[in-house]
Design a protein around this ligand. Structure first.
Ligand SMILES: [Zn+2]
Length: 439
């Protein structure tokens, strides 16, 4: 078959390019050129190639314009596609950066709120701690008073005023109520998050974390408030046991006004977000209670709860009607008597200012201390006085030495407590002071 084909081709070639002789005459001489098949094929190939080149060049020249236009069109298409892509990615970039701006703004606002609330809480806690420290100092001083007969309480410094920071434990019902309320307040914060925004999940997460923190902060305030009111109740109980109630020493409505006027609001309610103004209400409520605690504590500070003799002593005579040791007839005893070692130190039973230091008829060498809030104490029959009139004295500070000056049958201290000029039974006060440790 292939042999048949190659034979056919050979026949075609032999027919087209059979050997030829070309004759030509010049100057009467005839020449002839013989052209073999091979030469003819080579010549035909060269001519053919030249023809093809001429054709291509002609087409190129004729269609040059069209080619350029086509190329330009292609270029434009590519450019358009490229620009479209570029615009798309620019938009995507803008979306991302505006998202970042939104997130950043939200984050900054949330942080500012949390930080402002944190500052409030910190100030609040410091306020409470300073009152607690004062109370602790008082308890410590009173612990030295011990029992009326000089021995220290068996359980040492066990104090009724529990000033050590305990677990915040506001009542359970109140906690859940507050938790709900705070969660409601927290849910009002910020603008609505568009649900289709790509930032929505992140923003929601941030809000949730912030809300949780808000609830915790509100509960912390509540526990501060709770502990402060518990302390107030305890102190009022101590005062009540002296026979002089807290209501006689503090004026609650005036205190509240004073707090608002002086201490002022913890947080400036203007210029804060809704959530922080809600927090402001919680904080001010707690601040009011803490300041009330301070008031009650100041009142307690003016109450002579200690014993005038801190060393070993013997309670020898009570308050009220008794047989007069000198005349033998019935007489009112306006104080109580202790006997102790000669020149034993006699101490002020609360802080105050020395109103009198000298000799008084019947009392002998005598010191009187004004403690404020209507309280005064008198220390009589002293051997020696170590303070002068107008001097400030602290709780348990020595004012003199035990003696037997004045109308006295032997070395002892006659001690009086007066409230608004009326003598009160000093034993009730000393007992109340003990109650601080022993109850
Ligand atoms: Zn007496």
């Amino acid at each position: 078959m292939s042999r048949k084909k190659s034979g056919q081709a050979k026949r075609v070639i032999n027919r087209w390019f059979k050997e030829r002789q070309i004759y030509h005459r010049s100057d009467g001489v005839v020449h002839f050129i013989s052209m073999s098949t091979r030469t003819q094929i080579a010549l035909a190939s060269v001519i053919g190639a030249a023809l093809l080149w001429v054709a291509y060049a002609s087409v190129n020249v004729v269609f040059k314009e069209q080619i350029i236009v086509a190329k330009e069109r292609d270029r434009r298409v590519i450019e358009t596609v490229f620009n479209k892509r570029l615009a798309q990615s620019q938009r995507a970039y803008d979306d991302v950066s505006s998202l970042n701006v939104i997130m950043q703004r939200e984050f900054d606002a949330t942080m500012a709120e949390i930080s402002s609330r944190h500052q409030t809480l910190k100030a609040m806690v410091e306020r409470k701690v300073s009152v607690a420290n004062d109370l602790q100092a008082l308890s410590k001083s009173l612990s030295e008073a011990g029992s009326p007969n000089g021995q220290k309480p068996a359980n040492g410094n066990r104090i009724m005023i529990d000033v050590a920071p305990a677990e915040p434990t506001p009542r359970q019902s109140r906690v859940s109520m507050l938790r709900r309320q705070a969660a409601r307040e927290a849910s009002l914060q910020g603008a609505q998050i568009p649900l289709n925004s790509p930032a929505a999940p992140a923003l929601q997460q941030m809000r949730a974390a912030s809300s949780e923190l808000y609830v915790e902060q509100v509960l912390l305030l509540a526990s501060l408030e709770e502990r402060a009111s518990k302390k107030i109740d305890e102190l009022k109980l101590i005062l009540a046991s002296t026979g002089v109630g807290a209501e006689q020493l503090t004026t609650a409505p005036k205190i509240s006004n004073l707090v608002l006027a002086q201490g002022g609001p913890f947080v400036d309610p203007s210029n804060v977000s809704d959530i922080n103004s809600a927090f402001f209400r919680h904080a001010n409520r707690a601040a009011l209670v803490v300041d009330q605690l301070r008031e009650v504590q100041n009142a307690v500070n003016s109450v002579p709860l200690s014993s005038p003799v801190l060393v070993s002593r013997k309670f020898t005579s009570g308050f009220g009607v008794r047989r007069d040791p000198i005349t033998g007839s019935a007489a009112s005893h306006q104080g109580i008597d202790f006997s102790a070692a000669w020149a034993a130190p006699i101490a002020s039973t609360a802080s105050g200012i020395v109103k009198f230091a000298g000799v008084r008829a019947g009392y002998g060498r005598c010191v009187e201390v004004d403690h404020g809030n209507g309280f005064m104490t008198r220390y009589a029959h002293l051997n020696r006085i170590v303070v002068r009139q107008g001097q400030k004295v602290k709780l348990n500070q020595k004012v003199g030495e035990l003696g037997s000056s004045g109308r006295s049958t032997g070395p002892h201290i006659h001690y009086e407590v007066m409230f608004r000029g009326q003598p009160r039974n000093p034993l009730r006060f000393i007992e109340a002071g003990r109650y601080v440790f022993e109850s």
